[in-house]
Ligand binder design. Structure first.
Ligand SMILES: Nc1ncnc2c1ncn2[C@@H]1O[C@H](COP(=O)(O)OP(=O)(O)OP(=O)(O)O)[C@@H](O)[C@H]1O
Ligand code: SF4
Ligand SMILES: [Mg+2]
Length: 353
């Protein structure tokens, strides 16, 4: 198995909830990320999937050090980067770069493409001395499939897909080992999404990159991920290889997400049971006790309200395709999809941990 480049352990990020303008008082916390652990192996793509607000972008910002964690560790090649500062932190940051979701707002409209892509060299002049930068930026434009002659143009002169290519070129400028791509294609037309995913795929083999690829939809990460982690309300609820997650999901939330993924084969489509999740995602400021998914889970029972399920390989499946970590007390049970009108009421009180 390839070595782990990043090891994330019990990562927590709480944002304070305050009241009052003059006398600010903390009245609680948004538990955006609440005990997330995973590793990223050299050369792989780890997909991270979940609904809006489950904490995906917060994980991304923690990985690239745009946010500091409330607790937990992020080890890069064995060193906890959350404890670093100054020059040591700068050196690590160079190796972990981010590609942002929205190519319309993440590029400064007043800067030329050349200045945008070359901006990281201002902080890391050792990678490209001033006299060499123009050539480097043109090379990067070429690498991401844009005409190097566009170097003096402005972001508004490009389409959404081209702008995301500019964002990717900027992410590559410092020759990182890891790219954290936060929903890199969500803001793009469907017709352009595959082109950008293919580009990322090609760049990965060309530059030996490892990716954390974030998406809200399992169908987008399917073609690019080696492993997938499914997030719900600040936690990873299931993680495994591509085949384990797509063919043998054991967590009810993953099963529900998968049932919504379009199937091209009409025969398979006719036999598939669609699991429609009812109810809203609870507030991360006041998550349900026990299993956070229980207010929407059709398998929920009394135990789910009182006992937090750990992310672990089910004892009943020590080997085989279902032998991957899943945070469900009943992960070993066969999936029983409820029929219309059969959904049981959620177990226990609605919220309050
Ligand atoms: N700076 C902040 N201050 C307070 N709360 C925040 C802050 N940033 C994020 N949050 C909250 O933390 C939770 C997780 O947000 P995050 O942006 O990580 O989710 P996400 O999974 O990326 O969602 P989306 O799919 O919409 O991008 C949300 O409830 C969000 O409102
Ligand atoms: S622990 Fe209970 S509520 Fe949570 S996913 Fe499993 S069955 Fe559903
Ligand atoms: Mg996000």
């Amino acid at each position: 198995m390839p070595e782990s480049l990043l090891v994330v352990k019990d990562l927590v990020k709480y944002y304070p909830l305050t009241r009052g303008v003059v006398f600010r008082k903390q009245i609680g916390a948004v538990k955006a990320v609440d005990g997330v652990s995973f590793d990223l192996r050299a050369g792989e793509t780890l997909g991270i999937v979940g609904e809006s607000g489950c904490g995906k972008s917060t994980v991304a910002k923690l990985l690239v050090n745009l946010e500091r964690p409330t607790a937990g560790a992020i080890s890069y090649k064995g060193e906890d980067i959350t404890k670093l500062s100054g020059r040591a932190l700068k050196a690590v940051r160079r190796n972990i770069q981010m590609v942002f979701q929205d190519p319309y707002t993440s590029l400064n409209p007043r800067m030329t493409v050349g200045d945008i892509i070359g901006e990281p060299y201002e902080i890391h002049p050792e990678v490209a001395p001033k006299g060499d930068r123009r050539r480097k930026v043109q090379e990067l434009l070429d690498v991401v499939g844009l005409n190097p002659e566009y170097i003096n143009r402005y972001p508004h002169q490009f389409s959404g897909g081209q702008r995301q290519r500019i964002g990717i070129a900027r992410g590559l400028a410092l020759q990182p080992e890891i790219i954290v791509a936060d929903e890199p294609v969500s803001a793009l037309d469907v017709s352009v999404q595959a082109q950008v995913v293919n580009l990322l795929d090609r760049l990965q083999s060309e530059f030996d990159l490892s990716y954390v690829f974030i998406a809200h939809d399992l169908s987008i990460v399917r073609h690019i991920s080696d492993r997938v982690g499914v997030m719900y309300l600040g936690r990873i609820v299931e993680i495994g290889s591509d085949a384990q997650i797509y063919n043998h999901p054991t967590h009810p939330y993953t099963q529900a997400l998968l049932s919504a993924v379009p199937v091209p084969d009409p025969g398979a489509r006719a036999h598939r049971e669609r699991i429609i999740l009812t109810g809203d995602v609870p507030s991360p400021a006041n998550p349900p006790s026990g299993c956070r998914f229980r207010t929407r889970c059709w398998k929920a029972r009394e135990r789910c309200a009182v006992e937090v399920p750990l992310l672990a390989v089910p004892e009943a499946f020590p080997t085989g395709p279902a032998a991957h970590p899943s945070a469900c007390h009943f992960a070993a049970e066969k999936q029983v999809v409820p029929q219309a009108g059969e959904r049981p009421p959620p177990a226990g009180p609605p919220v309050g941990e």
